[in-house]
Design a protein around this ligand. Structure first.
Ligand code: EPU
Length: 414
C-alpha cells in the first residue's frame, strides 16, 4: 500500500493550477447516458472515483477514450440498465446513474449504496424525486428497481437540499413530458455546471444555482462538448495549505466568487487575500481561532471541514467546528491528536485548542477529506510524518503530491 512521507515546516510558495472538479465530472459523465453518440468532456481529472465511474459506464455499454484531460464518451451502444453490486459499493456516486438511465431507457436496477465512511448515505430524496415525475420504485432484497412507462413533469419539494438528488431529478426530468419544478434545490455551482452541459445537449433547464429549478422536458437529447468547472474543494485545500505552512501561494483557474465562504473564514483566521478574475493569492498572517459550521452552499462546505480543522489546530485560542451535513466526519481528529493537536469532540462539534506546533507522526488517511487534512498537518508539522492509506486521498485529489512538490513541499509517495 502506498504512503506519503512528508518532511514538514516548509513554507509553500508559488502558483498552482486547480483541476476540473470531481463532483462536477461525476454527474456530467452520468448525464452523457441521456443521449446516443459521442460527448466530449474537457478538464476531466485523473482520479480513482472518475475511473470507477468510467468502469461502470463501460460495463453499461459505453466506449470511453481519454486524450490527456479530455474524455470522449460514446454512448451509442449502451443497452444495459443494471449496475452490479460490487461497482455500487466502490463508489456511492453511481447513484447518479438512476436519473439518466430512467430518463433514456425508462428502467434502472441498482443495489442499495448503503453507508459509507463518512456516515449513513440514504437515497430517500433521490427516490422521492423520481417518483414525483412518474417512476415506480421498488426497494426489496437490497435492490432498487425503478421503472416508468412515461415520465411526466411534476413538483418536487426537497426536505433538504441534497446535491445528488437535485442532479438526479434534473437529469430524469430533462426527458420527461411537461414541466418539472424542483424546490429547495441544492445551489452548489456543480449543479449549474450540470445544467450548462444538459442545455448544450438540448435540455431546457433554468434556475440551477438558485433554490428553484425549472425543467421543461424535451423528447430527445444530443451529445455535447463541455469543459468541467474547477474543483472548489481542491482550491480550498490548497489555500488552507498555503496559510497552514505560513506560505504565499496563488491558486489559478478558479472563480473566486464560488470560494467566498472559504476565503472569508481564512481571512477571519488571519490570512491576507488578493483576488483576481480567475485567481486567488493567499499569504498567512498571525493565526487565530474561529468558529465554523458546515452548511449547504453557499455556506461553508463539509468537504473542507477536515482541512480547516487541521489548520485551526495551530491557530491561537479556541475554535469550534460543527459538522451539520454528515454524521461521521471527524475521523481525522484521532490522527491529528497523534500529531499533538488538542481536540475534543462532543457529538457533531469539535472544540480545538490551538497549540504552538504539530509534530510529525505515523498516521492513516481514514477517508478522502480527512486524508487531505493529514497531508496539511504533516506539511506544517515539525519533523517527518508518514501518511498511510493514500488511496483514499487519490479518490479526489489529482497528483496532490506532485502539486505540493511544485510549491516546494517535501513530500514523496512510497
Ligand atoms: N441525504 C438524505 N437522503 C438522500 C440524500 C442525502 O438524507 O436521499 C442526506 C445525506 O445523508 C447527507 C446530506 O443529505 O446528510 C447531504 O447529502 P447530499 O445528497 O447533498 O450529498 P451527496 O450528493 O451524496 C455530494 C458530494 C459530496 C459532498 C456533498 C455535500 C458528489 C459526488 N459528492 O454528495 O462530496 O460532501 O455533496 O456537499 O458530488 C467528497 O467529495 O468528499 C464528498 C463526499
Amino acid at each position: 500500500m502506498e504512503k506519503f512521507i512528508v518532511k514538514g515546516e516548509v513554507q509553500l510558495c508559488g502558483n498552482v493550477r486547480i483541476s476540473g472538479a470531481k463532483n462536477a465530472t461525476l454527474p456530467i459523465m452520468a448525464a452523457t447516458l441521456l443521449c446516443s453518440g459521442i460527448s466530449v468532456i474537457h478538464d476531466v481529472p485523473y482520479l480513482r472515483d472518475i475511473q470507477a465511474m468510467q468502469d461502470i459506464l463501460i460495463l453499461l455499454g459505453a466506449k470511453i477514450r481519454r486524450q490527456g484531460h479530455t474524455m470522449l464518451i460514446d454512448t451509442s451502444n449502451v443497452s444495459k440498465v443494471e449496475i452490479p453490486e460490487h461497482l455500487m459499493r466502490e463508489m456511492r456516486a453511481s447513484v447518479f446513474l438512476m436519473g439518466p438511465l430512467l430518463g433514456r431507457f425508462r428502467k434502472v436496477r441498482l443495489s442499495y449504496p448503503g453507508g459509507c465512511a463518512i456516515g449513513p448515505r440514504p437515497i430517500n430524496l433521490h427516490i422521492k424525486a423520481l417518483e414525483k415525475i412518474g417512476a415506480i420504485v421498488d426497494e426489496s432484497f437490497g435492490f432498487i428497481d425503478a421503472e416508468a412507462k412515461e415520465l411526466t413533469g411534476g413538483e418536487i419539494n426537497f426536505d433538504f437540499p441534497s446535491v445528488g438528488a437535485t442532479e438526479n431529478a434534473m437529469m430524469a426530468a430533462a426527458l420527461a413530458k411537461g414541466t418539472t419544478i424542483i424546490r429547495n434545490a441544492a445551489r452548489e455551482p456543480e449543479i449549474a455546471d450540470l445544467q450548462a452541459i444538459l442545455n448544450k445537449m438540448g435540455a431546457r433547464i433554468n434556475g440551477a444555482g438558485t433554490d428553484t429549478i425549472r425543467v421543461d422536458g424535451v423528447a430527445r437529447l444530443v451529445p455535447a462538448e463541455h469543459t468541467v468547472m474547477f474543483d472548489r474543494i481542491e482550491a480550498g485545500t490548497f489555500l488552507t495549505a498555503g496559510v497552514m505552512t505560513r506560505g504565499d501561494i496563488v491558486v489559478e483557474n478558479v472563480v473566486p466568487e464560488y470560494l467566498f465562504s472559504i476565503t472569508d473564514k481564512l481571512q477571519d483566521i488571519g490570512a491576507k487575500i488578493i483576488t483576481g478574475k480567475d485567481y486567488i493569492r493567499i499569504k498567512a498572517g498571525e493565526l487565530r481561532g474561529v468558529d465554523i459550521k458546515t452548511l449547504p452552499y453557499p455556506g461553508f462546505p463539509t468537504d473542507l471541514q477536515a482541512p480547516m480543522l487541521s489548520l485551526v489546530t495551530i491557530a491561537k485560542g479556541t475554535s469550534i467546528i460543527t459538522e451539520t451535513i454528515f454524521e461521521n466526519r471527524f475521523k481525522h481528529v484521532d490522527e491529528l491528536t497523534r500529531m499533538g493537536a488538542k481536540i475534543k469532540v462532543e457529538g457533531r462539534t469539535a472544540i480545538i485548542r490551538g497549540v504552538e506546533k504539530l509534530t510529525g507522526a505515523i498516521v492513516a488517511a481514514p477517508d478522502l477529506r480527512a486524508g487531505s487534512a493529514l497531508v496539511l498537518a504533516a506539511l506544517a508539522a515539525e519533523g517527518t510524518s508518514e501518511i498511510e492509506q493514500v488511496y483514499h486521498i487519490e479518490r479526489g485529489y489529482e497528483n496532490i503530491d506532485k502539486k505540493m512538490q511544485a510549491l516546494g513541499a517535501n513530500i514523496v509517495k512510497l
